[in-house]
Ligand binder design. Structure first.
Ligand SMILES: [Zn+2]
Length: 166
């Protein structure tokens, strides 16, 4: 850090003290060239990544939004909260790694869809349909087909059982 008096960059930190709220650190420095002392403050850079929504508006990235979307999709599904937390953390890390200022909400949506697909198929279809991640209705039906077949088989089996019972 350049000395504010002689502008020479040759200093040592005499002491560092965090502020009460822990958000800043105050450092007392001594210039080794002119011997004068000055103070610097260090704080966390407050620039949360912005999420660009479909309508072009921007909101601060907030992991809670992803989590609540996931929770809705997983309602009454056997998916542990820890798994949802892990998904959100993975997505968060990925975003912070790849993006600096802005990320498209579509990108986040597609990440959620990808991860949810591996965890719970029903939740995946719910999420994907809500966020309109399917290109068109036929793609949606294709994804649904395995469930429909399963449901049909189940109800047929049920009918058979009912018949036997009667
Ligand atoms: Zn100096």
């Amino acid at each position: 850090m350049k000395c504010i008096y002689c502008k020479i960059d040759n200093d040592r930190v005499i002491n560092s003290r965090p502020s009460e709220d822990g958000m800043t650190i105050k450092r007392r420095r001594e210039c080794l060239d002119c011997g004068r002392r000055y103070t610097t403050y260090e704080r966390v850079e407050e620039s949360p990544i912005k999420v660009v929504k479909k309508d072009g508006s921007r909101v601060d990235f907030d992991r809670k939004n992803i989590l609540s979307g996931l929770e809705k999709a997983c309602e009454k599904r056997p998916v542990a909260t820890e798994i949802l937390d892990k998904i959100v953390s993975d997505i968060e890390l990925d975003i912070y790694e790849k993006y600096d200022r802005e990320v498209d909400s579509k990108y986040i949506g597609s990440m959620v869809v990808q991860k949810l697909k591996k965890v719970d198929q029903v939740a995946y279809v719910r999420f994907a349909s809500v966020y309109r991640e399917f290109k068109d209705i036929s793609e949606f039906i294709d994804e649904l087909q395995p469930f429909l077949t399963k449901i049909q088989k189940k109800s047929k089996a049920k009918q058979k059982n009912n018949n036997i019972n009667v």
